[in-house]
Write a protein that binds this ligand. Structure first.
Ligand code: F6P
Length: 491
């Protein structure tokens, strides 16, 4: 937080993302405020609270229009305003093409390589372009200076950086890609690869979570675009414009706001066990995320099946609670996953359940952060088994929730977080047997070993928190701006 305060360049900050930080929904005649389940939002919201500025996002709630002024703006957080939210409206047809279609049926599976075939349709691409232009126009309309710092978020807006550059040539545009960047061969499937690369290269800086994704990006540019690549200075120059390509591992705020007001760990343990009708001594593992096929939810259930087969001594004593927030349910790949997960949970419960005890409890609904943190604090283990993930902030939130320095994190080697949280039990989610052995080892891990591992992971997340993530990007932006000023002075 201090780093952010000292490095914050004297400039206007504008964020562009699809997902908004606050959603207003109408339910039973009343207006309800919802915090979306989104890594992007958990990371950026505290940064905006610290920096102030404008956040431009898609107004997606059923009561969103009722809350804004005539310019579609709203001061947020509603309880203690610190920055401005500007909502952009997208029709259902546009949403089907831009968000469900190109972004989530095309780019999402393309970048995650989770063996779901990407779909690329001409009409989705048309909507994607239209909505990117709409957001770029909103940036130009909201900017009160000719050279704001614009933070463009994620794969929904690959074309926006170039469009913003045309409207505001002096802007410092930092684009952060929250999901993995695949190798050049995989990216080559995309029919609009050149346009997407050209759009992104309108940025001043493009950030990824890991060096590995930066390298994949360089290889992709090298293969498909005529430009100058300098891997030593980590820059791509296209038509005289330089873009820096940098790794910035994203993180969470420290201490997390959701920890405030939490009961002591013992009380959380009791409350959650009572709520699920479990004995006070029951061992609990939790998995908490959006119901997404990249998260490896089925794979972790398979590993629990193997655990209870190889180690029947855990039957009746071990319960896995999977909290899954419905997401993108309009898409067949997502609704199919929900059906498969429900069927698999039933099958495993029938095989290993005894005396009314069910080893898998699947709770399909959105949970607000305080509920999520209570579960983290009540659990003996947390399972993050993504098949591929840019970073995965659930892993970091679990660590942040455990101020008692107990609990074991089981973490996929294919999540960016595994590069930082090396004291987790690192697993290959495709290998059910070794994941089952990791579960068994976690359940048997002595308290002092848990404490040492958790202590180191907490130190890492505390030091490398989201303010440092934003601070590093803004520091790089400040350097670019200084250099430009010096060049201008030199004539
Ligand atoms: O980080 C990846 C991401 O797609 C974010 O862009 C997004 O906010 C989050 O996951 C949740 O997805 P969605 O916004 O589609 O619900």
């Amino acid at each position: 937080h201090d780093l952010l305060a000292t490095t914050l360049p004297d400039a206007e900050i504008i964020i562009v993302s699809n997902r908004e930080p606050y959603i207003h929904n109408r339910r039973n005649g009343a207006i309800e405020l919802q915090t979306p389940a989104s890594g992007l939002v958990s990371a950026l919201e505290p940064v905006m609270r610290a920096c102030g500025g404008t956040w431009i996002a898609h107004g997606s709630g059923s009561a969103d229009r009722d809350m804004v002024d005539a310019q579609d703006r709203l001061a947020v957080p509603p309880s203690d305003p610190a920055y401005r939210l500007r909502r952009v409206w997208v029709s259902e047809e546009e949403q089907n093409g831009y968000y469900y279609g190109l972004a989530n049926e095309g780019l999402w599976p393309l970048c995650h390589i989770a063996f779901v075939r990407p779909a690329f349709r001409e009409e989705d691409w048309r909507f994607y372009r239209t909505i990117n232009q709409r957001f770029a126009d909103a940036v130009a309309a909201e900017a009160t200076t000719p050279d704001p710092i614009v933070l463009v978020q994620d794969y929904h807006f690959a074309l926006a950086p170039r469009m913003i550059r045309k409207l505001l040539p002096e802007a410092t545009i930092i684009t952060f890609w929250h999901i993995p960047w695949p190798n050049a061969e995989t990216f080559g499937i995309c029919p609009w690869k050149e346009e997407i690369l050209d759009g992104l290269l309108g940025s001043s800086i493009i950030g990824f979570h890991t060096q590995f994704h930066c390298n994949n990006f360089f290889d992709t540019v090298d293969r498909f675009i005529e430009s100058r690549i300098d891997r030593e200075t980590a820059a791509v120059t296209l038509a005289g414009h330089e873009t820096l390509i940098r790794p910035y591992p994203i993180s969470i705020e420290w201490p997390p706001a959701a920890l405030k007001g939490q009961l002591p760990v013992e009380a959380c343990r009791r409350a959650v066990r009572e709520r699920f009708g479990l004995a006070p001594s029951a061992c609990i593992a939790v998995g908490i995320e959006r119901f997404d096929y990249t998260k490896g939810i089925l794979d972790r259930m398979h590993s629990i099946d193997v655990l209870l087969t190889l180690h029947p001594e855990w039957r009746g004593r071990f319960t896995f609670i999977q909290v899954a927030a419905p997401t993108r349910s309009k898409l067949a790949s997502y609704s199919r996953l929900q059906d498969e997960a429900l069927a698999l949970a039933d099958e495993i419960n029938a095989r290993h359940g005894q005396d009314g005890h069910q080893p898998i409890r699947l709770v399909v609904r959105h949970h607000e952060p305080p509920e999520v943190f209570e579960l983290f604090r009540a659990a003996d283990l947390c399972i993050v088994s993504s098949l591929h993930d840019g970073m995965n902030l659930v892993a970091k939130e679990f660590v942040a929730a455990r101020d008692d320095e107990q609990g074991v994190l089981i973490l996929s080697t294919f999540a960016g977080a595994s590069r930082e949280l090396t004291e987790a039990l690192i697993v290959n989610p495709y290998d059910a047997r070794s994941m089952a052995e990791a579960l068994n080892a976690a359940l048997l891990m002595p308290a002092d070993e848990q404490q040492e591992r958790m202590h180191l992971m907490r130190q890492q997340v505390r030091e490398q928190n989201v303010y440092r993530w934003a601070g590093r990007m803004l520091l790089d932006a400040a350097r670019i701006r200084q250099r430009r000023r010096v060049l201008a002075l030199a004539g």
